[in-house]
Design a protein around this ligand. Structure first.
Ligand code: F0G
Length: 381
């Protein structure tokens, strides 16, 4: 596409049937996120695996929710809405608040009290939404939102709203456009199950119109303490360090199981320990900081690889192409980042004290190598 990135609606307008020339476009130029090769992580999955990470944390409010929100808020405005509402584990509310602010309409959000990450709360407050914290979990908050929508004229901004799914499906198009094909495997975390529904819809549409020759196998990952689809039941008291996916009764459960089954894929669980290990691994080996829920993608892929899952897999020319979605940025959740191992070292203001902790090679004092490093001299600093 020539010129600057125009945002999800303009970039994908011809594939968004709900958007018409009458739709006022509310955008923060979301989408167009990079598909980053992750060669060091790929090696852990197998020598024949090419791994790419779709970093959705690089959207304007730092999560994938912006793709669906641009469409949902634009359509709400077109229908004359003066307010939007959502239940949220954090990211949906941050995105809804930002897009409602952009649209000049009121925003209300209901969150599980004390269970959303600080970065997300900071966003939603500063964007001027009315924030209500309830005792119950996300599922209870969503029940309240549905009841409020049935009694008032307010736009529902959760992914129960089909406009959200339309916007989010565009990420699948971008993955295929970047690769020139669909991946063999597509991995992502599953919470309320809107995202897996959206990706599968996007892939199927691209397949139906001949843009891609084959569909990917969908690999979904839930946190072990919040794994209603894996366990095929409602989890009354979901718990996980990945608060974004702390959900016990996903609204789009049926669509998620359909995506799993139609693609020949799976939805499995990963423990909090596995999530935190993957969270650290991703940040420290690839330089990519994603929030814990996103690390469930990496944890799941590592777990499958350890069980030999990718050994028998092969794509074209013996290479297996895996795409993992990183749904939110690591800065969303500073508490978790600072709780995990690896602290700050307190030292006196002394060079020797710092050097004691570092194993650095000595700097040469003569020859070309020394001259090449002249920029380190104190006089040039
Ligand atoms: N990853 C992150 C960072 C999320 O915020 C969410 C969902 C998911 C994954 C799961 O996506 O629900 O479409 O299956 N967050 C919602 C919220 C529930 O309120 O922000 P899903």
């Amino acid at each position: 596409m020539a010129g600057a990135w125009p945002g999800v609606i303009e970039a994908h307008r011809n594939r968004l049937s709900c958007v018409t020339t009458d739709t006022p476009v509310v955008t923060l130029l979301e989408g167009g996120t990079p598909l980053i090769p992750a060669p060091r992580l790929a090696r852990r999955l197998g020598d024949h695996v090419d791994l790419y990470l779709k970093h959705e944390g690089l959207n304007p409010t730092a999560s994938f929710k912006d793709r669906g929100m641009t469409v949902a808020v634009s359509k709400a405005l077109e229908r004359g809405a003066t307010a939007g509402i959502c239940a949220s584990t954090g990211n949906t509310s941050a995105s809804a608040a930002a897009y409602c602010a952009r649209a000049g309409i009121q925003c209300a959000v209901i969150i599980p009290g004390g269970k959303i990450a600080q970065g997300k709360l900071a966003q939603v407050l500063r964007h001027g939404a009315k924030v209500f914290a309830v005792q119950g979990n996300f599922d209870a908050a969503l029940r309240m939102v549905r009841a409020i929508c049935s009694r008032t004229q307010v736009a529902l901004l959760n992914s129960l709203n089909p406009d959200r799914i339309e916007g989010q499906k565009t990420a699948a198009f971008e993955v295929c456009d970047s690769l020139g094909r669909a991946p063999d495997y597509h991995a992502l975390p599953v919470g309320n199950a809107g995202n897996i529904t959206s990706y599968w819809k996007g892939y199927r549409e691209y397949h139906a119109s001949g843009q891609i020759a084959a569909l990917p196998v969908m690999l979904g990952f839930q946190a072990a303490g919040a794994a209603p689809i894996v366990e095929d039941r409602i989890v009354e008291n979901p718990e996980t360090v990945a608060t974004a996916i702390r959900i016990g009764n996903p609204a789009r459960r049926e669509e998620a199981t359909r995506a799993r089954d139609e693609s020949g894929g799976l939805i499995q669980s990963v423990t909090d320990e596995e999530i935190l290990a993957a969270y650290q691994l991703l940040a420290s080996t690839e330089g990519i900081f994603a929030e814990p829920a996103s690390a469930a993608t990496v944890a799941g892929l590592c777990k499958l690889a350890a069980a030999g899952f990718f050994e028998s897999s092969c794509g074209r020319r013996g290479r297996t192409v895996v795409v993992g979605v990183l749904t939110g940025h690591g800065l969303k959740d500073p508490e978790t980042a600072l709780r995990v191992d690896g602290g700050v070292i307190d030292v006196p203001d002394s060079v020797d004290a710092v050097l004691e902790f570092l194993q650095l090679p000595e700097r040469p004092t003569t020859g070309a190598a020394a001259r090449a490093e002249d920029h380190c001299d104190s006089k040039t600093n």
